[in-house]
Design a protein around this ligand. Structure first.
Ligand code: GLA
Length: 642
């Protein structure tokens, strides 16, 4: 994996074989060196049960190999063919409302259905048996974007098995789920169901456990396919990760099961927010990969999509996004998809070869980027340098999705994005980290709204501060334990003694409400009645019922400091408190394993030219840089320095 990969999903089955030759010629022209083949090819590979048609794929792989393009061969299990659903209707997924979906899109299977699992392992086996020795192959790509959930009776059975394993007894489960509330006490395992649609609020621990269970179950499904492949092939095996509130996958936990972490990334903003989202997604991927290089498996070549309409990426923006991912640890930039489809559900999705064909601005930019990446190949396998960590915990996110919270404005992902933004705007690279990780290498650790936390993770954070760390804990943190039960005695439960504060009552603000702070800053969304028990007050609420009460506190603990920020602060307020200055230039460093060489990626997000200090060689132009480097508006550069 010590090179930069460039290319994307290639779906030749959508095209007549006469197009394949042109595809490979254009790939060569564009500098493409890796394509993902077969992601949605099941019905072309196995048009009826057990009858394989590999001839077309043989030809495609041979053509690609002859053209010098490597292949990431996918198992097509995210879209079983229509005959599979006809033969196994029990494997079609059921929604929380009890509606069984029909075939006609993709992901129409229940991952718990035995027929699906064995068919998925079967097609993976058939592929590896045929292609394990094909010289075009560089890696394996299992499935596509694991995440589809089902609530059928087969899933319910597996859920009960998972619960037996986790809790051992119904007594323990009843205690963890607080089933004494609303007469939910279970006396028989068979009575336990997935969190299907119900009359009113769902049990929060049942909701969280279903997400934990689903992640574990999908991981088992992935590992079954991986085992089939590993039996015959020693190539790297991965799966492309999708991130979203609807995805019950614990990516940090899955990371150890893949040979390289791979993500898909589609910003939902069209303004500068897209660049911020790019940094966020890439930093998250790097944290899942434990700091090791990872791979951007999919992005859009030509358009951002805010859910309402497409927004064509401005000239240079596709390259900037790609380089931003590479700056933050990706060993390449891949796209969905190579050639824009002529029909089908995603026919208006942009592609490296647009509907207009290769004679287009987009394809020229694709070829330009393809000519730049080989000049950056030396960065592959280096490590990103970050001195600040923001904590990320998917279980905390799920817990906040499933519980009736004291304010509908409480949003874990948004709180984490806010924290990331404060540093991104100041040009500071952050890592994401798990609450129980070893954080001793970071100068500063930020803990946004960590609602759910285990005793072990809380102890580990306290030890980090004792050892000299700077910890900034945000509002609505430390409230519940992993059973989603409140830590009594005052908020913020798990952090009360570390922070030296005690909160008796929450004071959520209206959605557009603002609370003034004595420093001149502002808080939004949320406030708390904070008592500074053994902490120093840094900032106070001004006006309203909390007038004069502590808003932000600080406590010396051992060699470190623990801060508490009891309201949601915007980037300006955070910059004022923590001494961050806004920067239009995004700067990210990758360092060689020996520490001898640093590569600095610079992106000018402004319209005007800026001059930045730099020394070394700019790799895209090959020009030596002595003291300063000028970046035009929207420009970017990569400087190698000893
Ligand atoms: C995902 C899928 C692709 C495609 C893109 C569209 O990432 O993996 O098959 O549907 O979304 O953005």
């Amino acid at each position: 994996m010590t090179r930069l990969w460039y290319g994307g999903d290639y779906n030749p089955e959508q095209w007549d074989s006469s197009v394949w030759k042109e595809d490979v010629d254009l790939m060569r022209q564009a500098g493409v060196n890796l394509v993902t083949v077969g992601v949605f090819s099941w019905s072309s590979l196995e048009p009826s049960p057990g009858e394989y048609q590999f001839g077309w794929l043989d030809q495609v792989l041979d053509l690609l190999h002859a053209g010098g393009v490597s292949v990431d061969l996918a198992t097509p299990t995210a879209s079983p063919p229509p005959w599979f659903s006809r033969l196994h209707p029990e494997a079609l997924p059921v929604t929380p409302d009890g509606v069984r979906l029909t075939h006609g899109s993709r992901d129409t299977y229940c991952a718990c259905a035995p027929a699906y699992r064995s068919a998925a392992a079967g097609i993976a086996r058939a592929l590896v048996n045929r292609y394990d020795n094909h010289p075009a192959l560089a890696m394996w790509h299992v499935h596509n974007e694991y995440g589809a959930v089902c609530y059928c009776s087969l899933a319910a059975d597996r859920f009960r098995d998972w619960l037996r394993e986790r809790y051992g007894s119904l007594d323990r489960l009843n205690a963890a789920w607080t089933t004494a509330f609303w007469s939910q006490g279970y006396a028989d395992w068979q009575d336990i169901q997935p969190p299907r649609s119900t009359q009113y609020l769902v049990n929060p621990t049942q909701f969280l456990d279903y997400r934990r269970f689903w992640s574990d179950e999908l991981l088992k499904a992935f590992l079954e396919q991986k085992a089939e492949i590993r039996e015959r092939s020693s190539l790297p095996i991965t799966t492309n990760v999708v991130f979203g509130g609807w995805v019950p996958v614990n990516h940090a936990q899955w990371a150890s099961a893949v040979d390289i972490v791979a993500i898909d990334h589609y910003p939902s903003r069209t303004d500068l927010g897209a660049e911020e989202q790019t940094a966020f997604g890439a930093d998250l991927a790097r944290s899942w990969a434990g700091g090791k290089p990872w791979l951007l498996m999919e992005q859009a070549a030509g358009a951002l999509n805010d859910g309402q309409r497409l927004h064509a990426k401005e000239p240079g923006r596709m390259a900037r996004h790609s380089l931003s991912h590479i700056a933050r640890g990706s060993n390449g930039a891949l796209f969905f998809q190579w050639r824009a489809s002529r029909g089908g559900s995603e026919m208006y999705h942009s592609a490296l070869v647009p509907h207009a064909g290769a004679s287009s601005r987009l394809f020229r930019e694709v070829a330009d980027l393809g000519s730049v990446l080989p000049r950056l190949e030396e960065v592959a396998d280096s490590q990103v340098v970050a001195e600040v960590a923001v904590l990320w915990d998917v279980e905390c996110w799920w817990a906040m999705q499933g519980t009736h919270l004291p304010s509908s404005s409480l949003d874990y992902l948004a709180a984490v994005q806010d924290a990331h933004r404060h540093y991104w705007r100041a040009g500071v690279t952050v890592d994401f980290a798990a609450p129980s990780a070893d954080l001793s290498s970071y100068k500063l650790v930020v803990v946004p709204s960590l609602y759910l936390i285990s005793d072990e993770a809380a102890a580990s954070l306290a030890a980090y501060v004792e050892g000299g760390g700077q910890l900034v804990v945000g509002y609505f943190s430390g409230i519940v334990d992993p059973d989603v039960q409140v830590r009594l005695g005052g908020y913020p439960g798990a952090f009360r003694s570390l922070l030296g504060v005690r909160v008796e009552e929450f004071h959520p603000l209206p959605a557009d409400g603002v609370v003034e702070l004595s420093s001149g800053g502002q808080g939004r969304l949320w406030s708390e009645d904070v008592e500074a028990v053994s902490a120093e007050v840094v900032d106070r609420y001004v006006g309203g019922v909390l007038d004069g009460k502590p808003a932000i506190t600080r406590r010396q603990v051992g060699a470190g400091t623990a801060w508490y920020v009891s309201t949601s602060v915007d980037s300006e307020t955070a910059a004022g408190i923590f001494g961050l200055s806004p920067s239009e230039v995004e700067t990210v460093r990758r360092r060689s394993g020996s520490g001898d060489t640093t590569w600095t990626f610079l992106f000018n997000h402004g319209d005007a030219e800026v001059v930045v200090p730099a020394d070394g060689v700019e790799l895209i132009s090959g020009v030596a840089v002595d003291g300063e480097l000028s970046l035009p508006g929207g420009g970017y550069a990569v400087v190698r320095s000893p």
